[in-house]
Design a protein around this ligand. Structure first.
Ligand code: ADP
Length: 210
């Protein structure tokens, strides 16, 4: 397989880009989805979160009350670090398991593109694990507008999350490919289709070079 990371700030369009790559046949692992899986009832991470931040972060049916957790965990750096310490290693090992499974199927299609939607790729120092890194970039104002108007997120919340993430210069420096997503969806899809063609060729070249 040819392992592709797609990273970028919140609202830059990572999910939109990976959905298009999936539409073109890539296998996509979504980090946000994995992060939700590891805090389902019965998972050890959820118990640790409740022990650290209080039973009030659980709803009556035992699921995670994300808003309550955000109120308690995003107040200071130490709390945020504690939450990361509980969740990050579990997300990482769940992704490693998925990749091992996919590697086991490599004989079926050795040039398969496996794409990980990875918002914290650079922050967590994971870039070197991938064959190639794609950064999706869009101006802060554009991202803010999309998240508030299209996804109904709270502007203050978005600002706080943006402040925790690295800036676009750091993303540009770590990336092999930059997708600029300041335009409309049609423009983005056309660019991603070109990127897919390019990545598929790289995957074939890697296979041929073995
Ligand atoms: P991320 O995964 O990086 O947080 P998303 O892909 O979810 O970002 O995009 C954020 C929001 O902006 C979504 O509602 C998405 O549909 C929308 N969006 C993304 N790219 C564009 C674009 N080029 N034009 C209009 N809306 C877009």
């Amino acid at each position: 397989m040819y392992l592709v990371a797609v990273t970028g700030g919140i609202g830059s369009g990572k999910s939109t880009v990976t959905a298009r790559l999936a539409h073109q046949g890539a296998e996509v692992i979504d980090l946000d989805e994995v992060a939700r899986e590891i805090v389902q009832p019965g998972e050890p991470a959820l118990e640790e979160i409740a022990a650290r931040f209080g039973q009030e972060v659980l709803t009556d049916d035992g699921t995670l009350d994300r808003a309550e957790l955000a109120r308690r965990a995003f107040v200071d750096d130490q709390s945020r670090r504690d939450l990361d310490r509980i969740t990050h290693p579990r997300v990482a090992s769940r992704i490693a398991e998925r990749l091992t499974l996919l590697a086991g199927e490599d004989h079926l299609d050795p040039t398969r593109l496996v794409v990980v939607d990875h918002p914290l790729l650079i922050e967590t120092g994971q870039a070197a694990r991938f064959d190639t890194v794609v950064a999706v970039l869009a101006g802060e104002e554009v991202r803010m507008r999309r998240l508030v108007e299209q996804r109904g997120l709270d502007a203050e919340d978005v600002r706080a999350r943006m402040r925790q993430q690295v800036d676009d210069d750091a993303r540009r420096a770590a990336a092999d490919h930059v997708v600029t997503n300041d335009g409309d969806l049609e423009t983005l899809n056309a660019e991603v289709d070109r990127l897919h063609t390019h990545l598929a060729a790289k995957a074939r070249a890697q296979r041929a070079g073995r």
